[in-house]
Write a protein that binds this ligand. Sequence first.
Ligand SMILES: Nc1ncnc2c1ncn2[C@@H]1O[C@H](COP(=O)(O)OP(=O)(O)OP(=O)(O)O)[C@@H](O)[C@H]1O
Ligand SMILES: [Mg+2]
Length: 486
Amino acid sequence: MKKQSNLKRLMSYAGGHKYLTYASWILSVISALLALVPFICIWQIIREVLNTAPNFSEAQNLMRYGWSAVLFAAVSMIVYIGGLMCSHISAFRIAANMRRDCMGHIARLPIGTAESIGSGKLRKIVTDSSAATETYLAHRLPDKAGAIATPIGLLALLFIFDWRLGILSLIPVILGFVIMTKMTGSRMEQKMKEYQNALADMSNEAVEYVRGVPVVKTFGQTVFSFKRFKGSIDNYEKWVIAYTKDLRMPMMFYTTAINAVFAFLIAGGIILTHGGVTNELLLNLLFYVIITPVISTTLTKIMFMSEDGMIVNDAIQRVDSVLNMKPLTETISPKMPRDNSVVLENVIYSYDGVRDAIHNVSLTIKAGQLAAFVGPSGGGKSTMANLISRFFDPKFGRVLIGGVDIKDMKKEDLMNTVSFVFQNSKLIKASIFENVRLAKPNAPKYEVILALKSARCEDIIKNCRMALTPLSVQKAYICRAVNNKE
Ligand SMILES: Nc1ncnc2c1ncn2[C@@H]1O[C@H](COP(=O)(O)OP(=O)(O)OP(=O)(O)O)[C@@H](O)[C@H]1O
Ligand SMILES: [Mg+2]
């Protein structure tokens, strides 16, 4: 039931491409059934050889059977490749759409939310979780369809060949299934989740740690800063070992069971031949000996599939955890602020819902007034500044700019009204010019340079030799600067 809804969720990202996914399943089933035919051909060759022995020249059909085996194997492979092509096109589209939806949603989230989750964690959710669905859709589901078709095909063959031997070869399969169900139960799913969480935490801490290296070096805080990173590694270790240990015994029994088909067949063969070896029985035994490897590969495929099912379930939940975060409310009738005054009215904000970071703050900053928040670390200065820029909405009270509640302002208008410099500034991997222009994508070059100049960044530009401006624009800019002075 749950699996199905997962699949439905995934398919909702596929659009018209979902038919390709279905086509890949059908092709995979056809390929799996075709792949059984060469085994029958080989069996026919053996039968003919046994029946004509020792006058092998009487065996007329060997070539025909041999070529049929090759032909069916080749066709089966081609059909399988065709199926994979279909499933890949659809899977990549789905992964891309998931990423696009996630990023679109993250862009609408309060800046504070993304900031507090951590960019490492968000990156992992957006890229890795969608990638996990890609393997599942492109490989596992078509393989699953094929893996279901194979035992059904084998069952049909049971009636053609010796049913007693058929049943013997199916016993390990059933054993394997039972052990596998144990391995993929709900308890394991929980463990798997913990393991994924630990992995995400470790990745996040690693990113934060590397980012913080300059600070760490400056203040010589190696041990302290390393503690959190090390903690996350230790935690990861704990879960990996727990997970592995839990799987050790079932995995051992499982591997033994699916590789024990021969043991069952040989034992069965010995018992059945007590009444004397007949050509027919020997032939049938040979057939099952030939086809046995198919059984174990099929089962192994199915096993990895259920593990992947768990991964995909987890991936969807993670993607949903991002998509379910509430974006900031957008007003339908936006208002423009009268001036640049800032007013806080009885503002309360709490990060954790337990302790207020700021409690009942009211203040007025007049337009053009220079104000500074001064106080002890952890006093709530950044929180107040963040509330004014609407990184998040206050739990209680209002923030007004120019007499307008900032919730009633259009996001673009608010962003054009407030400017902020982060404590931990982030630059994108592009030129300084492009970093500055992020704030106003259609700003002409001279305006960017003017902004840099007012921020006293001329030295940086000179040193970086960011010769971005064509001479004509530079001239215009110099003219403007001169005119402004006058
Ligand atoms: N993202 C967050 N999640 C949970 N709690 C937070 C978060 N950011 C800040 N806090 C808590 O809110 C309180 C106020 O923090 P804030 O960052 O506003 O203080 P600050 O005055 O800016 O401190 P500093 O001078 O160190 O920058 C502190 O107790 C802090 O631990
Ligand atoms: Mg601060």
